[in-house]
Write a protein that binds this ligand. Sequence first.
Ligand SMILES: Cc1ncc(COP(=O)(O)O)c(C=O)c1O
Length: 449
Amino acid sequence: MAITHQGAIDQQFEREFAGSCRLYQRARATIAGGITHDSRNLAPFPIYVTRAQGAHKWDVDGHELVDHWMGHGALLLGHNAEPIKAALAAQLELGTHYGACHEAEVEWAELITRLIPSAERVRFTMSGTEATMLALRDARAYTGKSKVIRFAAHFHGWHDYALVGYQPPFEVPASTGIPGEVARTMLIARSNDIDSVRRLLDQHQDVAAVILEPGGGSNGIIPPDPAFLRALRALTAERGVVLIFDEVITGFRYAPGGAQQRYGVIPDLTTLAKIVAGGLPGGAVAGKAAIMDVQVFKGVLEQDRFHRVLQQGTFNANPLSAAAGTAMLRVVAEGQATAQAERLGEQLRAELNAVLKRRGVAGLAYGEASVFQILLGEGIEEAVRRCDVERLMGGRGAVNTLRKALLLEGVDLMRSGGFTSTAHGDAELSRTVSAFDRALARVQAEGLA
Ligand SMILES: Cc1ncc(COP(=O)(O)O)c(C=O)c1O
């Protein structure tokens, strides 16, 4: 639950970020709700940024912030990384949209098939949302079945199917406007609980696919269990159900080949976005050729009209995204970037926990690879161990005041955590840790921790 308390942190936030407040008031007159992504909602107003470089960004009030949003996880190399900038500059000279096929999209797909173990074929989309939407359609078309098993609280974007089972109470879709007919095709299992999947498969004969975040639901807030992933792979193979790993976050971050490489569990289909497009808009579905062939034109009218998956998208694999994506994946293929960001992630989690301990504040910093979460309150460790999704999701809301305190100390967290990148170094790490220490002191002074 969000903390609505109006204390010294809120008052100072409103004073120091007055330029953001003014822009937010202006935005609300034209942009519905004033924001363009629900995750950026922050009461009483979100911050407005003017520029970014490396691990830093600057807001309209002149604050320099250590950035842990990292483009919602898209920026493994930080802001404005040289290889990406160079690829984009070169592409700008050549045009931004050909309305035609081009070599960069071929190279981009080749890099994906080289890096991601399950990828034999690739189709590009413009976002992770579109990627999971297409993967579900491919799976349904391939199996001729309609139901999909997903896991409570895992995030797969914001299309109608993805928002069923995303937020507690899980039986109510996370958004209004979703038809009951759509919601009824989605079955909700529990993270790391193979029996919950088996029960659903026993009850429903028409299950096309199981989709999950293999690196832990909701950006790792619910930790992954490799033994569960292995059991899920065996069970779905035995029942002829398509296993989809949503690697929009974990792809190229948990290992150069994603969570599937890290845990040695190979799905049938993989959805990608964020890092795959090097910080530009883009996504992809990758997977077994036998399944992805549902998208192939066979040149036979009856087949192509009635037995094929249709996919369009004006900006799919547009030259700018393809240029940034190929530049990004070439760096990933060299192997050091993912590991470097992970080392910093490990160090950051350890140092944040040391601060919590020193201050006697109940809470936990945790995560995998270059992803971290900070949840405050009693019993978080136990909730993580027990996979208590409701408790963990609830804990995320309670960090709102901490976020504002951290902004006052010069650090921007992505809700309850964020990412490390290769642009973060020891200096940024120590700034984040000392800012966290001072922010906790502010939160403690208000009696909120
Ligand atoms: C695991 C996962 N899947 C899908 C998506 C949706 O991606 P996009 O925001 O590009 O639509 C996200 C976005 O954060 C995600 O984390």
